[in-house]
Ligand binder design. Structure first.
Ligand code: PLP
Length: 384
């Protein structure tokens, strides 16, 4: 019976330490979370700059709601594209140095829309093995021939490109890998894209706002200028503190995506409240050097504090600082012990990461204080 079957599958998740729990928060996103009436220091969110409940964003959202209402009422191509959406697209294009940008409701939808609009049956996609789930799903949806190369391995990618007879090629990579915090070799990827006449889609969910001059992202971090073959995707629910995503690229590429990306065409336009808040957010990102300096300071503090424990902190120049533990149950036990001690750090297990590489994904925010990171270091050292 299908229902008994499902119950069995659910039971198996529990037995293998793979069951997920969610907790209901009783306070806004910030370094101090409130759960079941308890206050916890949270190292969970992707709110890297501490903007999610920033007063300037809240004020901009309220003013946006007063001026534009709450809903956009239709998809962007029908009548759901309002002035704040247009202003935000122009601001993001200018900020990232590309001719034009297009907004999506989420990063997941952006990737699901972009990839099938660029490639289809008979074309080829070349993807880093550790790419985010949304890019993996996007490739399935595109029905293109898919090749995965070992994480960050430019030589392997070069061999795959050289062996491919596909007319249209697309290289896909996270810029900052979401469970490891390390960077893709973007200059090398661009060089290969040029040599083999391929598109290059960069997903900068974790670099936008955090890396590069004034937080312009991973391309800026590497000093890479806009190129007509780069599609730069950034999300707006992480460092930008709200929700949504955009892709910035050559004007013709954006026009094509607007005409063809199904997750753009067949969905209601993002709320004008969100676009209004995001306009304020881009200003704060641009002026956010002090926040980014604080983030780097906290990462250095964490790395120094955990340098000689038996668990290895992955080398990451970003806000994502994964502590590799390995075993699913041990990882859960450590996370539970931290939680009991008032520290909330998510345990990341397969299938999100490879088998045997369960970890604590410590995520830092500029809103954290040094004393909060010190508390975490102390608790982890005791547990190790
Ligand atoms: C979070 C994330 C996404 C999805 O973005 P959402 O706006 O949360 O849907 C896409 N790619 C990467 C690498 C991410 O980390």
């Amino acid at each position: 019976m299908i229902f008994d079957d499902l119950k069995g599958q659910l039971g198996a998740l529990g037995k293998n330490g793979l069951e997920r729990r969610r907790r209901t928060l009783q306070a806004p996103c910030g370094p101090l979370a409130r759960v079941d009436g308890r206050e916890l220091i949270s190292f969970c969110s992707n709110d890297y700059l501490g903007l999610a409940s920033d007063p300037a964003l809240i004020a901009a959202a309220c003013a946006g709601a007063q001026r534009w209402g709450v809903g956009s009422g239709a998809s962007h191509l029908v009548s759901g594209h309002l002035e704040p959406h247009q202003a935000l697209e122009e601001r993001l294009a200018e900020f990232t140095g590309f001719p034009r940008a297009l907004l999506f409701s989420t990063g997941y939808l952006a990737n699901l829309g972009i990839v099938p609009a660029l490639v289809g049956r008979g074309d080829a996609v070349f993807a880093d093995k550790l790419n985010h789930a949304s890019l993996i799903d996007a490739v399935q949806l595109a029905r293109a021939d898919s090749r995965r190369y070992a994480h960050g391995d430019l030589a392997a990618l070069e061999r795959l490109l050289a062996a491919s007879g596909a007319k249209r090629k697309l290289i896909l990579s996270d810029a900052v890998f979401s469970m490891d915090g390390d960077l893709a070799p973007l200059p090398g990827l661009l060089e290969l894209a040029e040599r083999f006449d391929a598109w290059l889609l960069i997903d900068d969910a974790h670099g936008f706002g955090v890396l590069g001059a004034q937080g312009r992202g991973s391309l800026s971090h590497f000093g890479i200028a806009a190129s007509p073959r780069i599609l730069y995707m950034g999300t707006l629910g992480k460092a930008a503190g709200a929700s949504g995503a955009f892709v910035a690229a050559d004007a013709d590429v954006i026009e094509w995506l607007m005409q063809r990306a199904r997750t753009y065409m067949f969905t209601t336009g993002a709320s004008p409240v969100m676009a209004s808040a995001l306009l304020a957010s881009v200003d704060l990102i641009e002026q956010g050097d002090a926040r980014r300096a604080q983030l780097r300071l906290l990462a250095a503090q964490l790395q120094a504090g955990l340098a000689d424990t038996r668990w290895r902190l992955a080398a990451s120049p970003t806000a994502i600082q994964p502590l590799l533990i390995g075993d699913n149950f041990e990882t859960l036990r450590v996370a539970d012990a931290l939680f009991a001690d008032g520290l909330w750090v998510p345990a990341i297990r397969p299938p999100t990461v490879a088998k045997g590489s369960a970890r604590l994904r410590i995520s830092l925010s500029a809103a954290h204080g040094a004393e909060q990171v010190a508390r975490l270091v102390e608790a982890l050292r005791k547990l190790a």
